[in-house]
Design a protein around this ligand. Structure first.
Ligand SMILES: Nc1ncnc2c1ncn2[C@@H]1O[C@H](COP(=O)(O)OP(=O)(O)O)[C@@H](O)[C@H]1O
Ligand SMILES: [Mg+2]
Length: 226
């Protein structure tokens, strides 16, 4: 069974000027297996973020169906989707979205704040420290985001996304604001963590060199996967 499957998914937006409907995704069929790495590429505006947001249950298709671990998401209420996201899906965006007033450690612990029981809270802290060490930021735990470089901030965002041991890690142009060396480093780090944790990784990028590092590359053209 695939981890996540899209069946004949379509999505349109309303043009705010003319009020007409503009198709973005047209009948997408896609299966992502547990533990695989996939790149989604295509020019700006082709629907990469729309597709990623549907995979992440942040957006709903107009038509078609999304199955997560074999269960349809059709008819799910916000509470079920929010629980699914916090338990099974990690997100990384082009901009890190770290809380400026919180330290690195506090930022990565944010997804675990619901854990009020002592043993789980201690476990979360240990995991945060292990992951920060794995991304080379152990000695930055008490720093604030503003004191870090762009590449370091994105590595903090990677750690935060992995805190709840997601089955699916979704990254929307995570290297978009980085120079080439840092971009290469971040992509290789994501792949390394994907292999170590066994999560599936879906990376949106418009850099062919980053995409080529994934085991499968999907190109969006005219709302479909080529
Ligand atoms: N909320 C929205 N309302 C209207 N149009 C949107 C909305 N979100 C995205 N679009 C349009 O859908 C198309 C695809 O957007 P997007 O998925 O963000 O593309 P990409 O990530 O590949 O650059 C673009 O033409 C964009 O303007
Ligand atoms: Mg986008």
């Amino acid at each position: 069974m695939p981890l996540i499957e899209l069946k004949n998914v379509s999505k349109s937006y309303t043009d705010p000027g003319s009020g007409s409907s503009v198709p973005v995704l047209r009948g997408i069929n896609l299966r992502i297996e547990a533990g695989e790495s996939v790149a989604i590429i295509g020019p700006s505006g082709c629907g990469k973020s729309t597709l990623l947001n549907i995979l992440g249950t942040l957006d709903e298709p107009d038509e078609g169906e999304v199955l997560f671990e074999g269960d349809t998401l059709r008819g799910s209420d916000g509470q079920r989707l929010s629980a699914l996201r916090s338990e099974k899906i990690g997100f990384i965006f082009q901009l890190h979205h770290l809380m400026p007033q919180c330290t690195v450690l506090e930022n990565v612990l944010l997804p675990t704040l619901a854990l009020r029981e002592k043993p789980e809270a201690i476990e979360a802290r240990n995991r945060a420290e292990e992951l920060l060490e794995a991304v080379g930021l152990k000695d930055r735990a008490s720093w604030k985001p503003a004191q870090l470089s762009g590449g370091e901030r994105q590595r903090v965002a990677v750690v935060r996304a992995l805190m709840n041991k997601p089955r699916l890690l979704l990254a929307d142009e995570p290297t978009g604001a980085l120079d080439e060396k840092n971009a290469d480093g971040l992509t290789l780090l994501l792949l390394d963590l994907q292999k170590k944790t066994g999560t599936s990784l879906v990376l949106v990028t418009h850099h062919p060199a980053q995409a080529a590092k994934m085991s499968r590359v999907l190109k969006i053209h005219e709302g479909q996967i080529e």
